[in-house]
Design a protein around this ligand. Structure first.
Ligand SMILES: Cc1ncc(COP(=O)(O)O)c(C=O)c1O
Length: 396
């Protein structure tokens, strides 16, 4: 059993949950593409691991909605990487968010959400959960005093934080917010998708739950959609596993296998994403066609100090505002060649998008509306000079 006490990050990424298959010795967890399992007796799960190897591989299965060995390998690895008691993997990041909120909240409960967050998260609160009686209030989570005041105003069940935020790259102080949330009896949930477990460890800073869209850096190759929850508390994890099985939101074994394949190189990929993003941000910061660059690695960024304290490096996403306004921002998105115009982020290839008209269109007219002149880059791991050249010529 590999844990953060016994092994470093890259060792965990390659080995946690990924012991050689006890049946064949395969060094990579096989894709158990199976829906059901032969049981030992009526009403009994498959059992009898004995001394044949880790029980997870061969015991406890009845039906793959409930548990599957490939998914189990992924969940064990995710728990180790974020230092949680347990992780659960889902068919998407949104499925993970929905499961968590339905377990944590009842009709009548209140939630604080960031006033800058992924548009789909806002849509879940605004268009789905509100209808079921869960109210929300957007607060600037980079301002701990504002969060404390909002909780004093009206108690909340959950303080939902994204850091860095999508798409404005705001930084929330996880340690401070954990103290504030816990003092008010609220759960602190951190969507750490932009950072990945390599750059940021929210549970060690006091958060209760980490959310990941594993579609992004964790998978890392734009070839699979998935999500994860990593829980500090095994009891809450148990409730969530019940709900996940009851509602059927887990992903399939091939998706779990692809995600695990991505995870093994997470550390080395993130190092290069961060290096390239810093150079892109530095170039944009002095470009005449750009009015503002949003990247926590820039010293002028308001969250730079907190980010430097709680993150290993500053991530691969850079947002910036075009001097020519919305029309120019849209035009720049259409002029890059190496940066592909597309939603999502965190893959090895660079992407460019216009959040106002694409990923965050659902926040239009709300407190979470994003500036119309904003462009978001997911800086990939291509040769950095090529990326800089592509941006320079698109901005010219
Ligand atoms: C920060 C953040 N959280 C959650 C999600 C939702 O994840 P998924 O698209 O895997 O459902 C996204 C998707 O872009 C995201 O950027």
């Amino acid at each position: 059993m590999y844990t953060q006490n016994s092994a470093g990050f890259e060792t965990l990424a390659i080995h946690a949950g990924q012991e050689p298959d006890p049946l064949t010795g395969a060094v990579v967890p096989p894709i158990y593409q199976v829906s059901t399992y032969k049981q030992d007796g009526v009403g009994g799960l498959r059992g009898g691991a004995g001394d044949q190897g880790p029980a997870r591989w061969i015991e406890g299965y009845e039906y793959s909605r409930t548990a599957n060995p490939t998914r189990g390998a992924l969940e064990e690895c995710l728990a180790a990487l974020d230092g949680g008691a347990r992780a659960l993997s889902f068919a998407s990041g949104m499925a993970a968010e929905d499961c968590l909120l339905r377990a944590a909240c009842q009709p009548g409960d209140h939630v604080l959400i960031p006033h800058d967050a992924y548009g789909g998260t806002f849509r879940l609160f605004d268009k789905v959960l509100k209808g079921w009686g869960v109210s929300y209030r957007p607060v600037p989570v980079s301002d701990a005093a504002a969060v404390r005041a909002a909780l004093a105003d009206r108690p909340a069940k959950v303080v939902w934080v994204e850091t860095p935020t999508n798409p404005l790259l705001s930084i929330a102080d996880i340690t401070a917010l954990a103290q504030i949330a816990h003092a008010a009896g609220a759960l602190l949930v951190v969507d750490s998708t932009f950072a990945s477990p390599y750059l940021q460890q929210p549970l060690a800073l006091g958060a209760d739950v980490v959310v990941h869209s594993t579609t992004k850096y964790i998978g890392g190759h734009s070839d699979v959609v998935g999500g994860a929850l990593v829980l500090a508390d095994a009891g809450l994890a148990e409730q969530l596993a019940f709900l996940q099985n009851a509602t059927g939101s887990a992903g399939g074994p091939f998706d779990a296998w692809l995600t695990l394949r991505g995870i093994r190189t997470l550390g080395v990929r993130m190092d290069r994403h961060c290096q390239n993003a810093q150079r892109v941000a530095d170039m944009l910061a002095s470009h005449p066609a750009v009015t503002e660059v949003l990247y926590p690695g820039l010293e002028a960024h308001p969250g730079h100090e907190v980010a430097a304290k709680q993150m290993r490096a500053f991530g691969g996403i850079v947002s910036f505002r075009a001097r020519g306004g919305e029309a120019e921002a849209v035009a720049v998105c259409g002029r890059t060649e190496l940066f592909t115009l597309g939603e999502s982020l965190g893959g090895v290839e660079s992407l460019i998008e216009h959040p106002g008209r694409m990923t965050h269109a659902s926040a239009a007219g709300s407190a979470l509306e994003v500036p119309a002149d904003l462009i978001r880059l997911s800086v990939g791991i291509e040769t950095c000079e090529d990326l800089l050249e592509d941006l320079r010529s698109a901005l010219a």
